[in-house]
Write a new protein. Structure first.
Length: 367
């Protein structure tokens, strides 16, 4: 894999050329022309001028307000459509469509895609979304006060999950190809880093890697017997301020709880059919149905309520404990890594100022 150097003009030209092959998305204010992405804070780039605002030295430090999770877990996601008399209506909704490229992804968000792929390795919908998506990341030269990727095993210049990483370097930008797809996207553009730039780039990466290794709390948390704290008063104290709004889970790039519902689509007056797939070409004589998967939250009381009326996590204390134990204990026990990338969105947006960094510190401090 290669690493090249481009000045601003050359980088803008390269970014614009990608629009010929991909639907290119970048952070915006939620007013993108693509209706499917207009509500998640990522919009389809429509002109060359829009690329200017996505350059590494132009975007704000820290992560974008919304993660890239909706590209892989659409809200909602149509799993299958069929008619009320049980006839197929359309193929899987997310297995078609042009490949897309997401530009301006922070390393922590890219890492979340790999973490979510672990429990969803056999999920055809997630895998289809992942296979048709290219991720071009932007390294972090500065962190926001809520960022803590190093504590979770990440790095401001991390490469996990990315096809290309763009980093501000000297008077221009270093573009590092990390996959075969990334190598193809760079093509024959740019020149290799000269000795001075390569030395600076290597030193910066090694410095971030060393800091991340020192700060990483994963080994300490995995070595701690957190199950001995299952009945600890810590959870009661922590849950007192929580209002179970679910903001932390919806904003979190590594939360993937969902529910499934069937929605019947009936014929509109004057319409020839009631096709749930939206093609209008499958001649649905009977009302058709779409089965959707949509986001849910373990912080909501109804999430674990049984049909019998019993709820194994019926109190705030139970739900708060489950959220943090999943991220810091259950997921690591199963997959090795924390189910947290340190993006800090939950800290930034929590209306009652619950800070997962403080929770980690408290758990490690208890004897």
């Amino acid at each position: 894999m290669k690493t090249i150097f481009l000045n601003e003009k050359e980088l803008l030209a390269l970014l614009a050329s990608w629009c010929e092959t991909f639907d290119v998305y970048a952070p915006n204010d939620g007013k993108g022309e693509d209706a499917a992405c207009s509500v998640i804070g990522w919009g389809k780039i429509a002109s060359k001028e829009e690329f200017y605002g996505v350059l590494p030295d132009k975007i704000a430090k820290g992560v974008h307000k919304t993660s890239i999770k909706p590209f892989f877990f659409p809200q909602p996601e149509t799993l299958v459509t069929f008619t009320s008399d049980n006839k197929p209506c359309a193929p899987l909704a997310n297995t078609v469509g042009q490949k897309r490229l997401i530009l301006g992804v922070r390393p922590c968000d890219a890492r979340s895609v790999m973490l979510n792929a672990m429990p969803y390795r056999d999920d055809p919908y997630y895998q289809a979304n992942q296979n048709k998506t290219v991720l071009v990341g932007v390294g972090c030269n500065e962190k926001a006060i809520t960022c803590f990727c190093e504590k979770t095993g990440g790095s401001p210049l991390g490469t996990d999950g990315l096809d290309i990483l763009i980093t501000t370097l000297g008077t221009g930008f270093a573009l590092e190809a990390l996959t075969n797809q990334g190598d193809e996207l760079l093509g024959s553009q740019g020149a290799a880093l000269d000795e001075a730039l390569l030395a600076e780039f290597t030193k910066r990466r090694e410095s971030f890697a060393a800091d991340a290794q020192k700060a990483n709390s994963t080994p300490s948390l995995k070595g701690k017997d957190l199950m001995s704290l299952y009945q600890s008063k810590i959870w009661q104290d922590l849950s007192q301020s929580c209002i179970n709004c679910g903001a932390c889970t919806f904003l979190c790039p590594t939360c993937y709880c969902f529910d499934i519902q069937d929605e019947a689509i009936r014929k509109d007056k004057g319409s020839s059919n009631a096709c749930a797939c939206g093609t209008g070409g499958c001649a649905c004589d009977a009302p058709s149905v779409r089965r959707i998967r949509y986001w849910d939250s373990c912080m909501f009381p109804l999430f674990t309520k049984h049909a019998s009326g019993h709820n194994p996590r019926g109190t705030k204390e139970h739900r708060v404990r489950n959220r943090f134990m999943h991220k810091l204990k259950y997921f690591p026990d199963r997959f090795g890594a924390l189910s947290c990338v340190g993006c800090g969105r939950c800290i930034r947006e929590c209306p009652v100022n619950i800070d997962i960094r403080e929770v980690m510190t408290t758990l490690l401090a208890v004897d």
